[in-house]
Design a protein. Structure first.
Length: 185
């Protein structure tokens, strides 16, 4: 377990409470899916992202706006109630960390480990499966992937697995060459 991120702080407490409720109600997968949908909504909307991150909004304003978004997206159930509670408690700024911590708890419960993979552009399913298979062999555990697209890395990929990180991005390689050329002068 030394490679697993620690679930602590405000995000950890909220995630643990949600995890226990989801486990008790046998709705872990549904809650995880709803949280992923919500995260995608935040990623796809600058206004929603601003609502989540900006402490200027009151709890009432955040709750009202979030309620409308959740209704529109048909996101209810335990995850919807959780998100509204987070808004009412003025903790919406930490919701991304809460979602991440929930995923860690869910993975641990399933005997999995999770890896964050950053790529320059979306990968085909067969490539994701190959990365997942390679990481599963290396860890001797089931590995769930959290894939993020960041065009700034130019190419290649960055893999974070617990406390280990492998940076095989084109940007890092180019920076290494640039540094080596400066030293050669």
């Amino acid at each position: 377990m030394a490679d697993e991120p620690i679930v602590s702080g405000v995000a950890g407490r909220y995630a643990t409470a949600l995890f226990e409720l989801a486990l008790e109600s046998k709705s872990l997968d549904a809650v995880a899916a709803d949280l992923s949908r919500f995260e995608a909504l935040v990623d796809g909307s600058k206004d929603l992202d601003r609502l989540v991150r900006n402490p200027v909004f009151t709890a009432e304003e955040q709750t009202k706006a979030l309620s409308a978004v959740l209704d529109q997206a048909e996101l209810g159930g335990l995850a919807g109630k959780f998100l509204l509670t987070v808004a009412q408690k003025r903790r919406l700024f930490a919701v991304r960390d809460m979602i991440k911590a929930f995923r860690v708890l869910r993975s641990r419960h399933r005997g999995e480990t999770s890896a964050e993979v950053v790529v320059a552009e979306p990968l085909a399913d067969k490539h994701l499966a190959a990365i997942q298979e390679m990481l599963a062999k290396a860890t001797k555990k089931d590995v769930s992937l959290d894939v993020k697209v960041d065009p700034a890395i130019l190419g290649g990929l960055v893999v974070k697995l617990g406390s280990r990180m492998v940076d095989a991005s084109l940007k890092t390689k180019l920076n290494s060459i640039k540094l080596a050329m400066k030293e050669a002068r």
